[in-house]
Structures are given as structure tokens and as C-alpha cells.
Ligand binder design. Structure first.
Ligand SMILES: Cc1ncc(C[n+]2csc(CCOP(=O)(O)OP(=O)(O)O)c2C)c(N)n1
Ligand SMILES: [Mg+2]
Length: 331
């Protein structure tokens, strides 16, 4: 089912929210306001939002170290997300998850993970729980091209296919695992072909084309929800920033020409132009959405900056085990 007019306008808004949020995060990292590493999803917005728009509010999502786009794509509020990155109490996980280990269960984001391939078994487990509980939910897993060389990818796909789990595997194939190009690390040129080994239907699509990603993921979601088992979608995309913001890798592993060619096909510009051409909205309305999103990100920054640092005494809260009991010297 094609997206409605309202959903397509919402898609543009969510892509803009990711882009503006990531731009603000990059500045805040460089200014020392956000500790640790942040991996930007700028450039990959259509792959993320196209996939998320094929899901219902209750469906589960797991992600990666490149972790801000997924909750935003699923409709998360920006202010508690920004506060999380700044390690503040008001953050979506009380500042304990940070950029790479956050969750926002209010929109079905059950866990991002800095362990490459770590989110894949989590999503598979969530799909198993949906099947056992019979709650009709689908579990969608975002992962990078690099993650498909992890054992977790192969083990999860095998199990999901064997048990016909309602899982949808979405590979954001940006061509690189940090500085390593796919051609130097993968035995086959396309991630999607690997799904055939497990009897899983797979499609490889233009990840800069939101409609193309949405259509492919929607097909996989429909099959999963109908009890027909998992699907895989490979979205061919590109990251604009360094592997991590401010990482300053000296190796010239991507040519200026390659980066420029991908920027020519910017997913936001492509989708905006399509919506204008199809008279879904006019330029003034698109500009108004941009202005609203810019204001929303500004508010998110203000909210996060005004937040509180967690109290030291709470450092062992929210743990499954009691480390203080185990190590009295920590008292
Ligand atoms: C198990 C594991 N091995 C290595 C790393 C170091 N590492 C972090 S990101 C990354 C590359 C991941 O590439 P990909 O899956 O394509 O995701 P992308 O960064 O391109 O979004 C690596 C090797 C890690 N975090 N976890
Ligand atoms: Mg990659």
C-alpha cells in the first residue's frame, strides 16, 4: 500500500529531523558538550525513515552504534534524545545509555548497540517473543554492511527462517565498515544475496529513494505479519560524515569525487523535489516544515543543556546485579 499524503509529508519531516539533529550533535561533539563517540546518520535518512514508515507504533526496532536516526525515524521526541547524548538525568535512559546504547521504548526502540551485529539477535529474540505471545508485532532490525560478516547475522537469519519469525532485517549498506570498503571484506558484492542461503526473500534497493525503501520494507513487513517468516532489505546508501564525528581518520579511504557524487543524490533533496513535483506540498509548505524542525532541534539543545548531571550516589541504580553487594569496597 502506497503511503498517504500525510505519511509522505511526515516522512519528509522525519528525514529533516534526523539531518538537523545530527548537524546539531556534530557541533556539540566538537564543542565538547557531548562526551564519547557519536556516529552520524546524515546521508542515510531515506533508508531509515522509509523503513520506519512501514511499521506500526507497536512494532519493535533494534539498531546499531549509528543510533540517533532510528528513534527519530520511528517518531521519538528530540529533547530527551539530545539530553541522553549529553548524559543528563532528563535523557531517555537517564543519561546512562549515551549515544550508542540508548533505547526509547515509547516508540518501540528496544535497544541500539555498539557491538557490531549485536542488535541482530536482539531483534530476532523480540520477533520470537511476538510469535510466542501472538501479539501481531513485527521486529525490525537495522544493521550495517559490516555487521553481515558477524556470526550473529548468520545465526539469527538461520533461526528466524527456520522458525518463520516475524523479523525484518534492514541493512543500511553505506559501503564501508569504518574505513574498510565492502569489496575488501565481503565474499559476495551484495548483502542481499546472502539471505538466499537461509531461504529468506531479499531485495536490494536504492537507499536514497525513500519510496523505494518503504515499498520493499512494507512487502517484508506484510509477509512477516502474515506469518510467512522473515525478510531482508538492503538499502544502498552513504554516510556523509566521518565514521564517527570528529574521529579525524587520516587515511583517504573515500575520494572527494565519490562523496560529491553521493551528495548529488541527497535523499532529502530528492524526496522534497518529488513531493513538490507531485504537488503533495508546495515550496512554502516544505520551507515551513524545515523552519519547524530547526526550531525543534534548537529547543532540544536548550532542554539538554539545562538538564541535570546524574547524582554519583545513583551510579549503581538500574542494574540487574548488585555490584556493591559483590564488591564491598565500592560502598
Ligand atoms: C563486535 C565489534 N567489532 C568491532 C567493532 C568496532 N567497530 C565499530 S563500528 C565498526 C564498523 C561497522 O560497520 P557497519 O556495520 O557497516 O556500520 P556503519 O558504521 O557503516 O554504519 C567497527 C568495526 C565493534 N564496535 N564491535
Ligand atoms: Mg557500513
Amino acid at each position: 500500500m502506497a503511503m498517504t499524503r500525510t505519511q509522505r509529508i511526515e516522512s519528509l519531516r522525519r528525514m529533516l529531523r534526523i539531518r538537523r539533529f545530527e548537524e546539531a550533535v556534530a557541533k556539540a561533539v566538537r564543542a565538547g558538550e557531548i562526551p564519547g563517540a557519536c556516529h552520524s546518520s546524515a546521508g542515510q535518512e531515506a533508508a531509515i525513515v522509509g523503513a520506519c514508515m512501514a511499521l506500526g507504533e507497536d512494532d519493535y526496532v533494534t539498531g546499531t552504534h549509528r543510533s540517533h536516526g532510528h528513534p527519530i525515524g520511528k517518531g521519538a521526541a528530540l529533547a530527551p534524545l539530545m539530553a541522553e547524548l549529553m548524559g543528563k538525568v532528563e535523557g531517555i535512559c537517564g543519561g546512562r545509555g549515551g549515544s550508542m546504547h540508548l533505547a526509547d521504548v515509547s516508540v518501540g526502540i528496544i535497544g541500539e548497540s555498539a557491538i557490531v551485529g549485536g542488535g541482530i539477535p536482539l531483534a530476532t529474540g523480540a520477533a520470537l517473543s511476538a510469535q510466542v505471545l501472538g501479539n501481531g508485532r513485527v521486529s525490525l532490525c537495522f544493521f550495517g554492511d559490516g555487521a553481515t560478516n558477524q556470526g550473529t547475522f548468520h545465526e539469527s537469519l538461520n533461526m528466524a527462517a527456520l522458525w518463520r519469525l516475524p523479523a525484518v532485517y534492514v541493512c543500511e549498506n553505506n559501503g564501508y565498515a569504518a574505513t574498510t570498503p565492502l569489496a575488501l571484506s565481503h565474499s559476495v558484492p551484495a548483502v542481499a544475496t546472502r539471505a538466499a542461503a537461509y531461504g529468506i526473500p531479499a531485495e536490494s534497493v536504492d537507499g536514497q529513494d525513500l519510496d523505494a525503501v518503504h515499498a520493499a520494507v512494507e512487502r517484508a513487513v506484510a509477509r512477516a505479519r502474515a506469518g510467512e517468516g522473515p525478510g531482508l532489505v538492503e538499502a544502498l546508501t552513504y554516510r556523509y560524515d566521518e565514521h564517527a564525528v570528529n574521529l579525524l581518520i587520516p587515511a583517504q579511504y573515500r575520494s572527494a569525487g565519490e562523496i560529491a557524487a553521493w551528495r548529488e543524490r541527497d535523499p532529502l533533496a530528492l524526496f522534497r523535489a518529488r513531493l513538490l513535483a507531485e504537488a503533495v506540498l508546495d515550496a512554502a509548505a516544505a520551507d515551513a516544515i524545515e523552519a519547524e524542525v530547526t526550531a525543534e532541534v534548537k529547543q532540544a539543545l536548550a532542554f539538554a543543556r539545562a538538564g541535570a548531571e546524574p547524582e554519583l550516589a545513583t551510579v549503581f541504580d538500574h542494574l540487574y546485579a548488585d555490584p556493591v553487594g559483590a564488591a564491598p569496597e565500592l560502598r
